[in-house]
Design a binder for this molecule. Structure first.
Ligand SMILES: Cc1ncc(COP(=O)(O)O)c(C=O)c1O
Length: 359
């Protein structure tokens, strides 16, 4: 193909990769029940909306400054302010951490399949993603993970709980990896921490090679504002701050996040509802209907049906969006949890699909 930009020296690593294009095209929050991106089923509380609109009317013309917020975040996480750095979504955290450690030809080790952005950013740097596959049980392959570490490994990634499998990794396994590889950075992605209630934050002081990533996009319901943060040893935070731009993080996101953290009742009770009421009900429904699912520590579930594509299309025709998985995950879709009335709607429509298929 004749290219108009053929003489421009684009890096080979970029030419070799594809864009990450999640299926956003026909997604309409007015029309569909969104169960495909692990989002909150409801908008953030009214106080957040008011604080953001007040901020926009008074301060949108001023460059952002975040210092006060690090104190709030420190209170929330129990981690010192100098162990924290904000990011523009945790995607940007992934980006500056990988840029800090990986060069062309280097490897990161991660159990697969994992969250797609790791592959994306690694590819852009000319680095490779190595690591074992999850077994059929979807339990974390701890031994195979350690054995995948080789001379080219420069970063270990533990996604806890993992997207898209929902698998959790025990704190003993995380500690074991940190102890076995003291000279390698170990990134623990805790995007779903508020759902799993498991964190490695208590290990930060003992392990200077530990880096933890979190987001305001899931339980805290702010994905379109783009805010995440990284917790690590202060000297690592200083290195990351050289890569992140001084104003990359949206000030409106910080205003919203502060209100969410200072008023946790609503999102905490929603989180409990999803995990302690909705999830067991959906699991019972799947068991009663002989549908295979994988136990998940997050606000989503991986479901196996032999005709996953038809199931996803059927649900879509009834206004429900779930995410069809691709190889190596065969015959599966991932569905996010919503509140009980909406999940009852899902269950009744999915039951109709199962009955139609059986009949
Ligand atoms: C495991 C994991 N990490 C990170 C992210 C990135 O989230 P965000 O960039 O919205 O903070 C996601 C989003 O789905 C995720 O599933």
């Amino acid at each position: 193909m004749n290219s108009k930009i053929g003489d421009l020296k684009i890096r080979q690593a970029i030419l070799d990769m594809d864009a990450y294009l999640p299926p956003l095209e026909s997604r309409d929050p007015e029309k569909h029940l969104l169960m495909d991106f692990n989002e909150s089923p409801v908008p953030p509380q009214e106080k957040v909306i008011q604080a953001v609109s007040d901020f926009l009317s008074r301060r949108a013309h001023v460059y952002p400054a975040y210092h006060g917020f690090l104190k709030t975040l420190s209170d929330y996480t129990g981690v010192a302010e100098n162990q924290l750095i904000l990011s523009n979504g945790s995607d940007q955290g992934i980006e500056f951490i990988l840029r800090c450690f990986l060069e062309h030809g280097d490897e990161l080790v991660m159990a697969q399949p994992g969250f797609a952005m790791f592959q994306q950013v690694a590819s852009s740097l000319g680095a490779k993603v190595a690591g074992p596959s999850f077994p059929e049980s979807m339990e974390f392959p701890a031994e195979a993970f350690k054995q995948s570490v080789g001379p080219a490994t420069r970063l270990l990634v533990l996604i806890n709980p993992n997207n898209p499998t929902g698998t959790s990794i025990s704190q003993e396994v995380i500690r074991d990896v940190l102890e076995n590889f003291p000279n390698l950075p170990v990134l623990v992605d805790e995007a779903y921490f508020e759902f799993s209630r498991q964190t490695a934050a208590g290990l930060l002081d003992a392990f200077p090679n530990l880096i933890i990533l979190r987001t305001f996009s899931k339980a805290l319901a702010l994905p379109s504002l783009r805010l995440g943060y990284v917790m690590a040893h202060p000297e690592l935070i200083q290195q990351f701050s050289k890569i992140r731009g001084p104003f990359d993080v949206n000030a409106a996101a910080v205003v919203a996040a502060k209100v969410q953290l200072e008023n946790p009742q609503e999102w905490r009770s929603l989180t409990r509802h999803l995990m302690d009421e909705v999830k067991p009900a959906v699991e019972t429904f799947f068991r009663e209907n002989q549908v295979r699912f994988h136990p998940s520590s997050a606000n989503f579930m991986l479901v196996e049906v032999k005709d996953a594509k038809e199931a996803v299309e059927y649900l879509k025709s009834k206004g429900i969006l779930v995410r069809l998985m691709h190889p190596p995950l065969e015959n599966s879709f991932r569905m996010s949890l919503r509140r009980m009335p909406e999940m009852e709607q899902f269950m009744s429509i999915f039951k109709a699909f199962l009955d139609k298929r059986a009949g």
